[in-house]
Design a protein around this ligand. Structure first.
Ligand code: GDP
Length: 433
């Protein structure tokens, strides 16, 4: 969701305004510099458009002087926001500090909505008009406390937001959920398809009007219909294996493009191969949901089973969040576990964490496990937002570069807190030096 940052001197009524926008009382109304707030970001909506409101008042460093602190706040807001709401107390008028903030906002080129607050009655309207002098456009007179004209203000904010990104096309298709069944040759993909499909198989062209590759199959499992991507490629028995690595990779890639979830089949009776790991990496990079299925379980003896656990721990540690099933395409063992595993992965893949919860989480994390001090500096996560789902995508606004170990720690803690089974996470950093 786009980010709207609220900037302004203490006591101009930022938090009251945020509460007014939310239509509920969530922001802490206590506009004193140095007050530490653990929540600064909130999910809001107006006219059907969702956005995130960030109350930058929570970031005021107490050591700096007022002017410096506000300037800092404005710079942060400018970095992370799509639109800045700059709040001025109309009854006080523009101060030097306000002028300094305007300078920063103007240089940024970000859209700014000027809010003339505390215009509680018609008598103070003239105070609002005086704020034209700031030179950043029309002052919107509101009374955050009494709600006066806040609808007009929000209309102005919406008008300044960037165009809504169109949804990804493959999600628009609707219909059955799409599964790519992947794996190197001979792990049992074709056998598994036969087991799963039984009598109910229906072959469909993936693209209307084309009769060529790839051809998908609609398969009923667990009372629902699923679309298995490019099963023609799996069932075709011509063994193009010699030197066909390149084509296999291409095929996997194009199957992943159209799939939502990948089931990577590996041969449990053999050691994990380089190619298995490569396929798993391709899934992770594609951002699709992942399920790992160990096949040929009927061939495993006690010793192999024992060794397998250690092999998984060692080689699949980086994808330990992926649901795993141990099956046999030959005997039909655990065929009923596929659907729950796929559902789990699709759920995790589509999980959205409310912004307020996410920022509560980071506030706790930053205070309980701060980043190590490097070169006299200690980078912090200032604010986080989930930019999307399928897979879950996060943007962290930080005050410096977070080292690899700390980023991994963040991912681990995010998973512990919110789950995301089966979902690769995309965590981006936006650094404000
Ligand atoms: P694909 O290349 O991945 O499609 O693999 P196939 O389905 O053609 O299977 C390769 C070989 O493994 C065939 O000889 C199958 O009969 C055998 N196979 C597949 N699944 C199992 C299983 O669960 N147990 C055993 N014992 N053999 C299997």
């Amino acid at each position: 969701a786009p980010v709207v940052a609220v900037v302004g001197r203490p006591n101009v009524g930022k938090s009251t305004l945020v509460n007014r926008i939310l239509g509920r009382r969530e922001a802490v109304v206590e506009d004193v510099p140095g007050v530490t707030r653990d929540r600064v970001a909130y999910d809001a909506a107006w006219s059907g458009r969702r956005f995130t409101v960030v109350d930058t008042g929570g970031w005021l460093p107490d050591s700096a002087g007022l002017a410096a602190a506000i300037a800092e706040q404005a710079r942060l807001a400018v970095d992370l926001a799509d639109v800045v709401m700059f709040v001025v107390d109309a009854t006080v008028g523009a101060t030097d500090v306000d002028e300094a903030v305007v300078e920063i906002l103007r240089r940024s080129g970000k859209p700014v909505v000027l809010v003339a607050n505390k215009v509680d009655n018609a008598a103070t309207e003239a105070d609002a008009a005086a704020l034209w002098s700031l030179g950043i456009g029309e002052p919107h007179p509101v009374s955050a406390l009494h709600g006066r004209a806040s609808g007009d203000l929000l209309d102005a904010v919406l008008a300044a937001l960037p165009e809504e990104a169109p949804p990804e096309t493959f999600l628009e298709l609707g219909g059955p959920r799409r599964i790519a069944l992947l794996g190197r040759p001979n792990v049992g993909k074709s056998s598994l398809l036969n087991q799963l499909a039984g009598e109910t198989r229906a072959v469909v062209d993936s693209v209307a009007g084309t009769t060529r590759d790839p051809v998908d199959e609609l398969i009923d499992l667990g009372g629902r219909t699923w679309r298995f991507i490019d099963t023609a490629g799996i069932r075709r028995r011509h063994r193009e294996n010699q030197g066909a690595d390149f084509y296999a990779t291409l095929r996997t890639r194009s199957a992943l493009e159209r799939a939502e979830v990948a089931v990577v089949l590996v041969d449990g009776s053999e050691q994990l191969a380089e190619q298995d790991l490569r396929i798993i990496s391709m899934v992770v990079e594609s951002g699709r949901a992942l399920v790992i299925a160990y096949n040929k379980w009927d061939l495993l003896d006690e010793e192999r089973r024992h060794y397998l656990e250690r092999e998984i721990e060692r080689q699949l540690h980086h994808v330990r969040w992926a649901p795993r099933v141990n099956v046999s395409a030959k005997t039909g063992r655990h065929m009923d576990r596929f659907v729950p595993a796929i559902d789990t992965a699709l759920d995790g893949w589509g999980t959205r964490v409310p912004t307020s919860k996410l920022n509560q989480f980071f506030a706790d994390l930053v205070s309980s496990h701060p980043h190590p001090v490097r070169g006299g500096k200690q980078p912090r996560v200032l604010f986080a937002t989930q930019a999307g789902v399928r897979p879950p995508r996060f943007v962290l606004f930080t005050s410096g570069f977070l080292e690899e170990g700390y980023r991994r720690f963040i991912e681990r803690r995010l998973r512990e807190e919110f789950g995301f089974p089966g979902a690769p996470l995309d965590i981006a950093m936006k650094i404000r030096e």
